[in-house]
Design a protein around this ligand. Structure first.
Ligand code: ADP
Length: 399
């Protein structure tokens, strides 16, 4: 047993209204110790935490004063963690960072220079970057001896060809301003690519489309585990319709809203990021479970549109990787929604996808195959685990 085996890795995933954390043992295959979050940071802050078996360790509202910002939420989490480390020390802290811009193509140790470079990415991801970066500064102050590693959701997509990354905008303009398809959910795709060899060795060496269908949703085409194409672009707005994001729409619509409908930039941004997608079409909810439970025809319309978008993008990505050996569903909807998977697969029957209905309805926390034995394209449900991917990167990068 090495000294590290007695240590811990803390993974921080800080968003606009929540800070999620996961604590792992610092071994080569990091094992979860506990996880939790402070949510409702600006409204009614609430802390909850569970152990590795999913049993509740804490579930408590935080006092409204003093915990209404990210800094205080992070300090609360650290205080709580001190009582749950069994005397083990932190070897490293890994952070999920949504946007790495063009500078960051792999995980990096956080230094003052890196923090300065990360500040430059705020313009690219104003909704996420400040929240991702803030905990690094707070933790550098509170735990100066513990190395920190930033892990980027964009990094996995840097293996795409230049042609796949470019928009058909003037080349020099794109170069000058860092305009390209960055792609997102890279840590999730990387995790799936890391477990695929054990699930389907031949697909891992071949052509796989992964559908990460959560509140944010995207898809990627992998060739031998490396990304060749993905649906999200310069920001996480492009591609599939999502919980509240519109996904791809004609950008000229923005000009129309600004000039003819006299909307402000903030109003248009709000419209396409927060009022669209499943919520906007259904008028009911951004949560797929609510839409299935509703008998409102607009809920049905939103579900149909979502499934059609996924099927269309799957075929488009299959063209980008010139074939399809396997299709993988992951994230909240991908892992849990048998009906969405059924409808997507039905629309892809012409590509050689044949679903095993009974296998599709079976629930399992482990990766499992849901296509028939003779389906030309193998279809899998593989639960994603971005946190363990960050823990692995943090340990490897800080070593
Ligand atoms: P994110 O990490 O992007 O917030 P998740 O991957 O947790 O999202 O997915 C959240 C979404 O998953 C929810 O909005 C909900 O629509 C969907 N979801 C979760 N469980 C189920 C389920 N049992 N059936 C259908 N959809 C589900």
């Amino acid at each position: 047993m090495s000294a590290r085996d007695k240590q811990l890795v803390l993974v921080i995933n800080a968003g606009s209204s929540s800070i999620k954390f996961s604590l792992f043992g610092a071994q080569a295959d990091p094992q979860l110790v506990c996880k939790g979050q402070v949510e409702g940071i600006f409204t009614e802050p609430h802390f909850c935490a569970k152990n590795e078996a999913g049993e509740k360790l804490s579930d408590t509202p935080l006092p409204p004063s003093g915990h209404k910002n990210h800094d205080a939420a992070l300090r609360y989490i650290l205080d709580w963690l001190r009582g749950h480390t069994d005397g083990r020390s932190l070897a490293v802290i890994g952070h999920r960072v949504v946007h790495g811009g063009s500078s960051f193509t792999q995980p990096v140790c956080v230094t003052p220079e890196v923090l300065a470079a990360l500040d430059e990415t705020v313009a690219l991801a104003p909704l996420h970057a400040p929240h991702n970066i803030m905990p690094m500064r707070v933790l550098a102050e509170l735990l100066p001896a513990v190395p920190q590693v930033a892990c980027f959701d964009t990094a996995f997509h840097r293996t795409q060809s230049e042609a796949a990354q470019l928009y058909a905008l003037p080349y020099d303009f794109s170069q000058q301003h860092g305009i390209r398809r960055y792609g997102f959910h890279g840590l999730s795709y990387e995790y799936i690519a890391s477990v695929l060899p054990a699930v389907d060795a031949s697909a891992a060496k071949g052509r796989t489309v992964v559908a990460h269908l959560g509140n944010g949703a995207s898809m990627a085409g992998l060739l031998a585990g490396r990304c060749q194409a993905t649906t999200m672009g310069f920001t996480a707005l492009e591609g599939l319709m999502m919980g509240t994001r519109a996904g791809t729409f004609d950008p000229a619509l923005v000009f129309h809203c600004l000039t003819h409908l006299e909307m402000s930039v903030e109003q248009v941004s709000d419209l396409v990021h927060k009022q669209s997608g499943l919520l906007g079409v259904s008028g009911i909810s951004s949560d797929m479970r609510d839409l299935h439970a509703s008998d409102n025809p607009r809920a049905a319309l939103a579900i149909s549109m979502f499934c059609q978008h996924v099927a269309r993008e799957a075929a488009s990505l299959a063209a980008a990787i010139e074939g399809l050996d396997a299709l993988v569903f992951t994230a909240g909807i991908g892992e849990n929604d048998a009906e969405v998977r059924r409808r997507v697969c039905q629309q892809l029957a012409w590509l050689g996808v044949a679903l095993d209905d009974a296998a599709n309805r079976q629930r399992s926390a482990a990766p499992h195959r849901i296509s028939t034995a003779d389906s030309r394209v193998r279809v899998y449900v593989i639960p994603t685990n971005e946190e363990v991917m960050i823990a692995r990167h943090a340990l490897a990068t800080a070593a």
